[in-house]
Structures are given as structure tokens and as C-alpha cells.
Write a protein that binds this ligand. Structure first.
Ligand SMILES: *[C@@H]1O[C@H](CO)[C@@H](O)[C@H](O)[C@H]1NC(C)=O
Ligand SMILES: *[C@@H]1O[C@H](CO)[C@@H](O)[C@H](O)[C@H]1NC(C)=O
Ligand SMILES: *[C@@H]1O[C@H](CO)[C@@H](O)[C@H](O)[C@H]1NC(C)=O
Ligand SMILES: *[C@@H]1O[C@H](CO)[C@@H](O)[C@H](O)[C@H]1NC(C)=O
Length: 439
């Protein structure tokens, strides 16, 4: 790791912007895609359904889209759960199986002269990769490495190659295969200058995708914000000191953007923190100590082992940017849901897709507070109730974690984090959260 001073910021999904607007133009007027400039060390964060996004979500009704997101979430929470539950664990630097359906994107410039991409953000992954020229199975946008004067392929003997799980030597160049969601990808380990907002990061190590199958690979690449080896944090250690924060915009308005602030300098001074826990077997994941949940004023009766952190089994609670709806292990979810329903009194419960606690509006809703060690987080209603704008239904936006694995994992997901500043302060082993409007 010491030898890795090169910024590796990878997770790029880069599409030249003119290509983007052209594609976008098929569905919406080009002028809608108007990316504000990134300043200093702060990147704008966009939802995948925002006008500039290279992701092209299908046209769906509100009901269809919230149900679809829950279905995709199931795969991601299953993946995260199986990841932590696995007994013998390989280092996760480049997890062989990555997660699908990222929710937020940021702009990253790659190469000299710079080519611009909108890469998917994922706090539970370390890797960065993007489609490169000649890629078989990639979409129309790719990084043209021939046009970058600073691009280099990484040789098999390089120390960075050793950090890649299952790397292989192809004509003396470091290559690897991995799966991402339902896709497989083959990539060559590469290095080039990337720019995050106004910060150039020379020699960043990332995967240049040469071949993919399936449809899960984000069209312009992936930028992992995990904290394992070869991650962005590891590669920019001297610049950003393993510190960042984000404010994730609500997906209710596709025009909203949030921010990803890199480095310790501009972080909030007054904010409540909870300790950041480390699972040595899963160094990428951001574990916290969730100690209780309140519905209204009542602390729900949850068996302590449902929340307890256990680095041996991987059980506990992680903060994740890629899962949409918070998942609680079955005894915890059941207790919270039952108390929520009790507080709703006589109102008739109905369901919507996988959401089992829905009501016809208007209704009066109890508050929900996540109690972390050292920090209580009272959620705004928009953080835990899904409300249709067109129909008269509102649902509790949480679900039970997948069962049939031996470790229960609670996932604090992005809907619950929207319109909050979440500070990841790795050197001081803490995570801070406070309300903020991300617009
Ligand atoms: C990736 O998989 C393909 C097809 O199975 C195989 O031919 C190739 O050697 C693999 N490459 C690496 C780097 O493992
Ligand atoms: C997004 O912004 C554009 C341009 O300002 C505006 O015309 C459009 O109505 C906005 N869309 C939403 C969903 O707010
Ligand atoms: C709940 O449903 C039952 C049976 O359909 C109905 O009789 C009752 O009036 C409903 N209660 C409320 C509060 O809507
Ligand atoms: C969180 O709330 C609980 C119950 O209301 C209270 O006992 C505890 O002191 C609070 N913790 C913090 C850090 O404020």
C-alpha cells in the first residue's frame, strides 16, 4: 500500500458530454442537461434519473419505479449480506462480485486532454473502472486511451497488480476478470491522470474495460468510495487524508444535485459523530454501531443480537450509498414495523410490491429515530415514507434483510440519508451526520 501513492480513483463511467446530450436529446431537450461546474474539491452528485445521466431508466409510473428499486435492492442487500457472511474471505480490494444498480453519479475527467464521464458512486466498493476504446459489449461511450498522452497500461510485475484479486498476465500486462451484478467484465489495469472537480490526480490506477456481457455495468464506469486497498481513499491518501462527505439529493426532483466533498478541509465543524467500526475481513465497508430504533417516543424492543456488531460473522450495520431502502434483519424490522402499525391505530394497512406497511393518505405518521452510539438521527418523513404524487398511498420505506444467510446485516440506505451531510472521517474512525438540503 505504501507504494501506492498514485491516486486510484476509479469508478469511472465516463461519457463525453456531447455524446450524453445527444443521447439525452432523444428523450428530453438537450438544454435540460446542464451540468454545473465542480469547484475546488467538491463534486456535484446527481441521481441516475437526472437529465444528464447516462443511465436511461425506463419510463415507469411511481408505483412501478419504487417497486422496481426494491427488487434491485434485494439483489444488492443479498450481495452485501453474502459478502459479510462468507467464512473464508479474500481481500476485497477488487471484490469479484460487485453490486448492481448504483443510484448516484459524479463527473470525473480522465486523461490528457480530459475526457469527461459520469461515473457511478458506490461506498461499498473499492474499484474504479470504465469502458475503454475497443470494448466489446460496452455502450457507445468509452474512454479513448489512444487520445490520452498520459495513459499507461500497468505491467504484471507492478505492485498495483498484486493488489488485484485474480489478476492474470496477458502479454505482460496486468488484466483481471470480475462480475458486477449480472455482468462479467474483463479489464486491463491502467493508469492515467484523473481530475475530480479541480484536483488533478496523476497516475490513478483503474480498470480499463475491454469486454463485458450482461447489462449491469454502469455505462460510464464506477467510482468506489470504499476504504480498502487500491480504493480512491488509498490512492489519494496524501491529498484527501481518507476523509470525504456527501449530501445525496432526493430522487423526487430529477433536477436536484448534491455534493461529494473530498478531503478534511471543508467538512462541517459542528456535527454529531458515531464511531466507525472496522471489520478486518471486509475492510471496504463502513460499519457503525446501531444501538436502537425509536418509533414515536418509544424505543422499540429489538433483541440486542439483531443489531450487534460481530467482526467474525460480519453481522452489524453498514452505511451504504448504493442500496435505496434501509434493510433491517428480520427481528428488528418486524419490531419496528409492528410498532409503526400500532401507532397508526385503526388505519388499514395495505401493501405495494415488497412494501408491507402502506396506508391510504391522509395519515398522521409517527417519527422514526435511529439511535447510534453517541448520535441520535431523527429522520424527516421524506426519509422513511414513500409518497406517491399521483395516487393516495404512502409506504414505510424499509424492508427486512434477506434471510437464509448466517450473518444478519442491517443496511442504512440512501433514501434514509438523502438531504443529510454524511461525513466519513476514516483517520478519526467516525461518521458524522447532520441535516442539510442537497439541492
Ligand atoms: C477472463 O476470462 C476469459 C474467458 O473465460 C479468459 O479467456 C481470460 O483468460 C480471463 N482473463 C483473466 C485475466 O483472468
Ligand atoms: C428541470 O429544470 C428544467 C430547466 O430549468 C425545467 O424546465 C424542468 O421543468 C425541471 N424539471 C423538474 C422535474 O423540476
Ligand atoms: C378498514 O377496512 C374495513 C374493511 O374493508 C372497513 O370496514 C373499515 O372502515 C376500514 N377502516 C378505515 C379506518 O378505513
Ligand atoms: C438518544 O436518545 C436516547 C433516548 O431518547 C437518549 O437516552 C440518549 O441519551 C440519546 N443519545 C444522544 C447521544 O443524544
Amino acid at each position: 500500500m505504501k507504494s501506492l501513492h498514485i491516486p486510484l480513483f476509479f469508478f469511472f463511467l465516463l461519457l463525453p458530454l456531447h455524446t450524453l446530450s445527444k443521447q439525452q436529446g432523444q428523450t428530453q431537450p438537450t438544454h435540460y442537461c446542464n451540468l454545473p461546474t465542480d469547484k475546488g474539491s467538491t463534486l456535484k452528485v446527481f441521481h441516475v434519473s437526472s437529465p444528464c445521466s447516462p443511465f436511461k431508466p425506463k419510463k415507469m409510473s411511481w408505483e412501478e419505479s419504487v417497486i422496481q428499486m426494491l427488487i434491485e435492492d434485494q439483489a444488492r442487500s443479498q450481495y452485501l449480506t453474502s459478502l459479510v457472511a462468507r467464512k473464508s474471505v479474500a481481500p476485497v480490494a477488487w471484490a469479484r462480485q460487485l453490486i448492481q444498480s448504483p443510484t448516484y453519479i459524479v463527473r470525473v475527467k480522465v486523461g490528457t486532454p480530459a475526457q469527461t464521464f459520469l461515473m457511478a458512486l458506490d461506498t461499498s466498493n473499492d474499484a474504479a473502472w470504465l469502458p475503454c476504446n475497443g470494448c466489446q459489449g460496452c455502450g457507445s461511450s468509452h474512454f479513448n486511451s489512444d487520445k490520452s498522452t498520459s495513459f499507461k497500461s500497468v505491467a504484471c510485475g507492478a505492485p498495483q497488480c498484486q493488489q488485484v484479486i485474480n489478476s492474470a498476465c496477458v502479454q505482460n500486462l496486468c488484466s483481471f476478470n470480475q462480475t458486477y451484478g449480472g455482468s462479467t467484465l474483463a479489464a486491463g489495469l491502467s493508469q492515467d491522470t484523473i481530475a475530480l472537480a479541480q484536483d488533478p490526480i496523476p497516475g490513478y490506477v483503474f480498470g480499463c474495460i475491454q469486454k463485458t456481457t450482461g447489462a449491469s455495468v454502469p455505462p460510464q464506469g464506477l467510482l468506489g468510495l470504499g476504504r480498502g486497498p487500491l480504493s480512491l481513499l488509498a490512492q489519494t491518501q496524501s491529498l484527501y487524508k481518507s476523509t470525504f462527505s456527501y449530501c445525496l439529493p432526493s430522487f423526487r426532483s430529477s433536477n436536484f444535485s448534491g455534493s461529494l466533498r473530498l478531503g478534511p478541509v471543508a467538512q462541517p465543524k459542528r456535527i454529531h459523530y458515531t464511531p466507525l467500526l472496522k471489520n478486518p475481513k471486509r475492510p471496504s465497508l463502513y460499519y457503525v454501531n446501531l444501538i436502537g430504533i425509536k418509533v414515536g417516543r418509544k424505543t422499540v424492543d429489538i433483541p440486542p443480537q439483531a443489531l450487534a456488531f460481530n467482526p467474525n460473522t460480519g453481522a452489524g450495520t453498514v452505511i451504504d450509498s448504493g442500496t435505496v431502502y434501509t434493510r433491517l434483519v428480520v427481528p428488528a424490522y418486524t419490531a419496528v414495523r409492528d410498532e409503526f402499525r400500532r401507532r397508526m391505530g385503526k388505519a388499514n394497512v395495505t401493501s405495494l410490491g415488497g412494501f408491507d406497511t402502506c396506508y391510504n393518505v391522509p395519515i398522521t405518521i409517527p417519527s422514526i429515530t435511529f439511535m447510534f452510539q453517541g448520535m441520535n438521527l431523527s429522520l424527516a418523513q421524506d426519509n422513511f415514507m414513500l409518497r406517491s404524487t399521483s395516487t393516495s398511498i404512502a409506504c414505510l420505506a424499509m424492508a427486512a434483510s434477506p434471510e437464509n444467510v448466517n450473518a444478519g446485516l442491517n443496511i442504512i440506505a440512501n433514501m434514509q440519508q438523502q438531504n443529510h451531510r454524511v461525513v466519513f472521517d476514516v483517520p478519526n474512525n467516525r461518521i458524522g451526520i447532520s441535516r442539510e438540503n442537497c439541492t
